[in-house]
Structure formats: C-alpha cells, structure tokens
Design a protein around this ligand. Structure first.
Ligand code: NDP
Length: 284
C-alpha cells in the first residue's frame, strides 16, 4: 500500500520510513523541501497529485517553549496545514492519519485521559495542535487523530538522548517527578499509524480520535533512572517539582492517556517502553 508521509527528518517520520517495509507499506516521506507546512495550500496540492492510498502527517511545530512567542507561525504549521491536508484527503477519499499530543489536556487529576475528555491546553503549542485536530475533524473525511506523548527514539532531540548526553558530564541530576506520562517509542507510533491507515482504507467508519502512549506510566525522574540503569550510567537522580524547573511553557502534570479504544478498534496495544529502551541502548 502506498502511503504519503509529511515529515522526513523527525523522530516519527524516520520511524515511518524504517517501519514501512515490515508493514507492507511503500512510504514516500516528504521533507520541508518537498512540502513546507508553512504553505498549507502547497501541502494540499501535493495530496491532490498523489497516487498514494493514505496520508500520514508526522510533521509539526514541536518546539513547545518557542511556540509561546511564535504562536502565529506555529498555528500555520500545526493547525492550518493539517486542516488543508485533511480537506485534500477528503476530496480524494483518502484516509488521513494525523498525530497529536497529550498537551491538548490541562493535566489535572490522576485519571488517564479518554479521547473524548474535555480539552484545555495550557500553552500555545497545545492550543495550535488542538485547533489542528478540530480542522481535521471538520474536513469531513476519513481520519484518525492519534494523540501520543513523551516520544523517544535513538535519534533526534528527546528525553532519552538528552539524558544520555548529560550523563557524559554529570554524575548527579535533578529531574522533575510530578509530571506523569507514558514514554512512547517512535517506532511504535509509526507501526500504529501504518496499521490505522490500512484499517481506515478498509473501513472508514473507524474514523475518530485515539490515544497511544507507552506503558507503564512514570514520572520523568523515574524514566531518567530507567534510562541510566539500561545504559549502565552511574548518575544519581534527585526528584524535584516542576516549580523548581521553570520553563516558558507550562507542561501538563498528568499526561496519562487511556489507550483502550485504540486496542479495541485497531488491535494496537500500548508498547512496553522498557523493552524498546533496552533495544535502543543495546550495543550494536
Ligand atoms: P520532531 O520534532 O522529531 O519532528 C518534527 C518534524 O516536523 C520534522 O521532520 C520537521 O522537519 C517537520 N517540520 C517542522 N516544521 C515543518 C515545516 N514547516 N514544513 C515541513 N516539515 C516541518 O517531531 P516528532 O516526530 O517527535 O513528533 C511527531 C508528531 O507527534 C507531531 O505531531 C507532534 O506534535 C506529536 N507529538 C510529539 C511528542 C514528542 O514528545 N516529541 C509528544 C506528543 C505528540 P525539519 O527537520 O525540517 O525541521
């Protein structure tokens, strides 16, 4: 099955390229040079011209703190572009899989968020992603919005690569322990997106908003300890509160995502991040 992917260099986009052959998908991944999300009409035109059977959007403005000062630019990429893509897909009858985020929630409480729970983003990034979700739904085509959280991979800028880099110069780190979520391997998101794209091509009635994050849910501090243990690095992690690590954008304290409907509808289970982390850190 031919799949058109927006994004080429990002964590999930790279994983989609890697996962394609195993999933029986012929993935064409578009970098910024081939499709710039700052130009939503150009992205729609690419879809109008494609012979792919489904489209996955793995590109986004993901600089959470920078979005606070550049919300208008982030809005074009995270809201206007996906809406234009979804409209172009709807016009051609192509399923559209769009990735979104736990940041659409305000992070209150301790329950895992259900896909239809009320949204209330805490910052600009979450706001732009939420408007993007609404644009995808409003397009009226066959779609899946797949919200994920705490994405990691061997490449790219993420918590795992950051911790490993810091471990080269630090033997003790203070890490936030009052934010809880499910670290999610990029490869698991890629396989899930490909499976969902295929399922939607067979049966568009499965359109909707879904969740996928890694299990078990942990704090950033506990995740850091697991990373250092798996990598054999001797770094002492001290728990701190979010208030002791101020950032321009506020993060949700509760990023737990309830993923049951994703399993029920598509047979996709939460990935075990311990296993993926071990594979990632295994000497090659
Ligand atoms: P990355 O930050 O690793 O990659 C983002 C991708 O978007 C890059 O390929 C980047 O290309 C591309 N991109 C950014 N701006 C443009 C543009 N104007 N035109 C074309 N391409 C552009 O993101 P992830 O793979 O981690 O994220 C994938 C999805 O998952 C996103 O929708 C994100 O919102 C969501 N998500 C991510 C989380 C995380 O922890 N990372 C958590 C929850 C959800 P370039 O290299 O050229 O900049």
């Amino acid at each position: 099955m031919k799949i058109l992917v927006f994004g080429k260099t990002g964590q999930v986009a790279r994983a989609l390229i890697a996962a394609g052959p195993e999933a029986g998908a012929e993935v064409t991944a578009l970098g910024r040079d081939a499709a710039d999300l700052s130009d939503p009409a150009a992205c729609a035109a690419v879809i109008a011209a494609t012979d792919a059977k489904a489209v996955i959007n793995a590109a986004a403005w993901t600089a959470v703190d920078a979005a606070e000062n550049e919300e208008a630019a982030a809005h074009v990429i995270n809201a206007d572009a996906p809406a234009a893509m979804a409209q172009a897909c709807a016009a051609k009858g192509l399923p559209f899989v769009h990735l979104s985020t736990d940041y659409v929630f305000d992070g209150t409480g301790r329950q895992a968020w259900q896909p239809d729970d009320p949204t209330a983003p805490l910052g600009a990034y979450g706001r732009t992603k939420l408007v993007g979700e609404k644009g995808v739904v409003a397009a009226g085509g066959v779609y899946a919005i797949l919200r994920t959280a705490w994405v990691f991979d061997a490449h790219g800028q993420n918590f795992v690569t950051t911790m490993l880099r810091l471990s080269q110069t630090h033997d003790a780190l203070r890490v936030v322990s009052d934010q809880i979520g499910g670290p999610t391997p990029a490869l698991a998101i890629a396989h899930a997106s490909l499976r969902i794209a295929r399922a939607l091509a067979e049966d568009g009635s499965r359109s909707g908003t879904y969740h996928l994050s890694g299990a078990p849910d942990v704090s950033w501090a506990a995740f850091a300890r697991a990373i250092f243990a798996a990598a054999g690095r001797d770094v002492t992690v001290t728990d701190i509160a979010s208030a002791d690590y101020p950032t321009p954008a506020k993060r949700p304290a509760n990023s737990r995502l309830d993923c049951h409907t994703t399993e029920k509808v598509f047979g996709i289970r939460r990935p075990d991040w311990h296993t993926e982390l071990a594979k990632m850190l295994a000497p090659s």
